[in-house]
Design a protein around this ligand. Structure first.
Ligand code: SAM
Length: 283
């Protein structure tokens, strides 16, 4: 049975249809499954956390390769299927919860012991909450080494862009601050059942041991980046003036001149290092 037939068979056996609201588009493309597993470089010393396992397509391969696989799935119809398929594996565990509500720090602390050396995240993400999930994984400073995820293609382009260049947005800077991103492969919408309207890509975020730049106040750095991108069409000078970071426009002009920025530059042209220099100046 190929993946398409297997997926159809499982859905029929349990009498369920995909729930669009939960972003349920099941992967039926063997190449995409194999690639996600291959680039994650999983070994028996790895603890893998899979977000949104659904019917268990990736889970099956992960269980063969990893020391332990913990699945986090919101839809309790999937829990029954996952337990039926995988409860015979002694390295399988499932949590029936919204991933955004799970205390991942605590979970990893309790699980990462003994011979479990690395923690890796692997997922075909529910697209309606891609950004909150990725930001949670990064901002919580989890003890993880990589995040391999399937996301919408346009989102992948943004997440893997070079900050300050084409396709970059505020989130690009956060990704570059915490990780080294890699685009792995594009996956057409026909690789899913049901087929979504959008195309997808697999990306891998290699989590850095230390953030890419050393900044005095991280919160300030991200506040400035957010301000610059909230008013993308405005010059950085106007965006920062409107953001009340300094008392008036003259002060922002002075800061920009001191730091050697063109007064007409737009925020989207700045590198992560440039934003760091602004944040440190304001300290
Ligand atoms: N991994 C499966 C695959 O590749 O075929 C399913 C991927 S499907 C795109 C996304 C999965 O995430 C669904 O199983 C859905 O029920 C689950 N999901 C949606 N929202 C969730 C949440 N807040 N927390 C955990 N899982 C969620």
């Amino acid at each position: 049975m190929n993946l398409y037939e297997e997926t159809k068979y499982i859905l029929k056996k349990y009498g369920i249809t995909a729930n669009k609201k939960l972003g349920q588009n099941f992967l039926i493309d063997e190449d995409a499954v194999n690639k996600s597993i291959e680039v994650s470089k999983i070994s028996k010393s790895d603890l893998v956390i899979e977000i949104g396992p659904g019917l268990g397509t990736l889970t099956k391969m992960l269980l063969e390769k990893a020391g332990k696989v913990i699945c986090i799935e919101l839809d309790n119809r999937m829990i029954e299927i996952l337990n039926d398929r995988f409860s015979m594996y002694d390295n399988f565990a499932v949590i029936n919860e919204d991933v955004l509500k799970v205390n991942l720090k605590e979970l990893i602390k309790n699980e990462k012991k003994g011979e479990m050396i690395d923690v890796k995240i692997v997922a075909n993400l529910p697209y309606y909450i891609t950004t909150p999930i990725i930001m949670k994984l990064l901002e919580d400073r989890l003890d993880i080494s990589s995040i391999t995820v399937m996301v919408q293609k346009e989102v992948a382009d943004r997440l893997t862009a070079i900050a300050g260049q084409e396709n970059s947005g505020a989130i690009t800077y956060a990704i570059r601050y915490y990780t080294e991103p890699e685009k792995i492969m594009d996956v057409p919408n026909t690789s899913f059942l049901p087929a979504p309207e959008v195309n997808s890509s697999i990306i891998k975020l290699n989590v850095l041991k230390e953030p890419a730049v050393e900044v005095k106040d991280e919160k300030k750095l991200f506040k400035i980046i957010k301000l610059a991108f909230m008013q993308k069409r405005k010059t950085l000078l106007n965006a920062l003036t409107n953001g009340n970071l300094l008392t008036n426009k003259q002060e922002v002009e002075k800061m920009m001149s001191d730091l050697g920025f063109d007064l007409k530059i737009r925020g989207e042209k700045l590198s992560l290092e440039d934003f760091k220099r602004i944040a440190d100046y304001l300290e």
